[in-house]
Design a protein around this ligand. Structure first.
Ligand code: FES
Length: 363
C-alpha cells in the first residue's frame, strides 16, 4: 500500500442506488456492465451507509442512479439520509416522479434536485433518451419543483447533436428558475466511448460554446450559477477528475461496491472494497483502491515535477487506462506529458461518417 501522509475526510457521497433507468442515453456514465435489481442493497443497508458516511465527515449525499425513482423505497432512502444529517441532493431524470411523490420527497427532507436535460428540442431529446415525450415530462417535473421552491440545478449534457442549442438551453434553465446549470460536455468513457463518432462536437462548436458560456455568465451573474465542463479532447491540460482520487468524494454502486470514481470498475487491477465486508471509514482511509492514486508518489516523473500536480492531481486514471493502457500514466489529455496524444488522433477521426447511436439497455 502506498503511504499517504495526510488523507482529508470525504465530503461527498454519490449513492448510485440503482442502475435501472427508463432512459437509454448513449453517453450514460454507468458501467457498460450494469448491476441488476436482484443485487441492489436494501434500504437498511443504505441507512447504515448514510450514517457511517456522516460519521466520517461526509456533508452531502447525491442520490443517483440510473434513475433513483426506479426504487420503490426512494422516500425512505431520502428520509434515512436526512436523519443522518446529510444535505440531500436528488439526481433524477424526472421521469417516474409524480407531484405527490415530489411532496413526499420534500417532506422526507430532499434539499435539492438536479434534473438532467437531454435537449431543449423535443425530437432531439427523444433521439438521445430513446423515450417519446421525455422533454415534456421533464418540463412538467421542473415546474412542480419550482412551485415548491426546491432549489433546482439543470444538468445539461452537451454534444455535437445539441450544442447548437446551448443559448436556448441556458435560457430554459433560467426560465425554470434553476439556481445553477451544469453544462457538462460528454465524457467519452463507457457508452459514450462507443458513441464517440456521433457525439463528439466539431472544433467550431467548441469555440462557439466557450464564447457563449462567457456571455451567459455575464448575463446571469448573481442569479444563476453556470458551471461548465469542457471537452477533454479539445483541452490542453486535464481536469481534476473527482477533484483528485480519494480526496473529496466516494461512489457507492447499487450492490454496495465502493469506488473512488464512477468508472473505477474499469480499473480491474484494483480490488474494489464493499460495504458488505468492512466499514466505510476503513475503506476511505485504509483500502488499497482508495490509496492507489492519492498524493503524488504514484505519479510519473513528468507529473511529479509539474507545478500543476496539485491543480489537476494527474487528471483521470480511467482515461489513462482506457487510452494509454496504464492507469498510472499522465492523463492523455495533458499536452505537456503527451504532445502526440492518441486523443488528438481520436479527434481527427470524428470527421469520419456518422455511425448510428448505440443505446444503453434499460437494464
Ligand atoms: Fe475514474 Fe476519472 S473517471 S478517475
Amino acid at each position: 500500500m502506498t503511504p499517504t501522509p495526510h488523507i482529508p475526510a470525504p465530503q461527498v457521497l454519490l449513492a448510485e442506488v440503482t442502475h435501472r433507468c427508463p432512459l437509454q442515453c448513449p453517453y450514460c456514465s454507468n458501467p457498460t456492465e450494469l448491476i441488476r435489481k436482484e443485487s441492489e442493497i436494501s434500504t437498511e443497508a443504505w441507512a447504515r451507509i448514510f450514517q457511517e458516511a456522516a460519521d466520517i465527515g461526509v456533508l452531502q449525499v447525491s442520490i443517483s442512479g440510473g434513475e433513483p425513482a426506479a426504487r420503490r423505497d426512494l422516500i425512505a432512502l431520502v428520509d434515512a439520509a436526512r436523519k443522518a444529517d446529510l444535505y440531500v441532493n436528488l439526481i433524477t431524470s424526472g421521469i417516474g416522479l409524480t407531484e405527490r411523490k415530489l411532496d413526499e420527497l420534500q417532506e422526507a427532507g430532499c434539499d435539492h434536485i438536479q434534473l438532467s436535460l437531454q435537449d431543449v428540442d423535443a425530437d432531439g431529446a427523444e433521439i438521445i433518451s430513446n423515450l417519446k415525450g421525455s422533454l415534456e415530462r421533464k418540463l412538467a417535473f421542473a415546474r412542480w419543483v419550482g412551485a415548491r421552491d426546491i432549489p433546482l440545478t439543470i444538468n445539461a449534457v452537451m454534444h455535437r447533436l445539441n450544442l447548437d442549442r446551448l443559448p436556448e438551453t441556458i435560457q430554459l434553465a433560467a426560465d425554470l428558475g434553476a439556481r445553477r446549470i451544469e453544462i457538462a460536455n460528454v465524457q467519452y468513457h463507457g457508452w459514450a466511448e462507443a458513441n464517440k463518432q456521433v457525439l463528439m462536437p466539431t472544433l467550431e462548436q467548441v469555440r462557439r460554446t466557450n464564447a457563449e458560456v462567457q456571455a451567459a455568465r455575464a448575463q446571469y451573474d448573481g442569479t444563476m450559477l453556470i458551471d461548465y465542463v469542457p471537452v477533454d479532447y479539445f483541452a490542453e491540460f486535464p481536469k481534476a477528475c473527482m477533484n483528485g482520487w480519494g480526496r473529496v468524494a466516494l461512489v457507492i454502486a447499487p450492490d454496495g461496491t465502493v469506488l473512488p470514481c464512477h468508472n473505477a470498475s474499469t480499473l480491474t487491477h484494483l480490488r474494489l472494497p464493499s460495504i458488505h465486508d468492512t466499514s466505510l471509514r476503513d475503506i476511505w482511509y485504509e483500502s488499497d483502491a482508495f490509496n492507489a492514486y492519492r498524493g503524488d508518489l504514484w505519479m510519473p516523473e513528468i507529473c511529479q515535477d509539474c507545478d500543476r500536480k496539485f491543480v489537476d492531481f494527474g487528471g483521470c486514471r480511467c482515461q489513462a487506462l482506457a487510452i494509454l493502457g496504464d492507469a498510472s500514466q499522465a492523463d492523455p489529455v495533458c499536452s505537456k506529458a503527451h504532445p502526440d496524444s492518441p486523443m488528438r488522433v481520436g479527434l481527427i477521426a470524428t470527421s469520419e461518417p456518422i455511425n448510428p447511436i448505440i443505446y444503453r439497455p434499460n437494464s
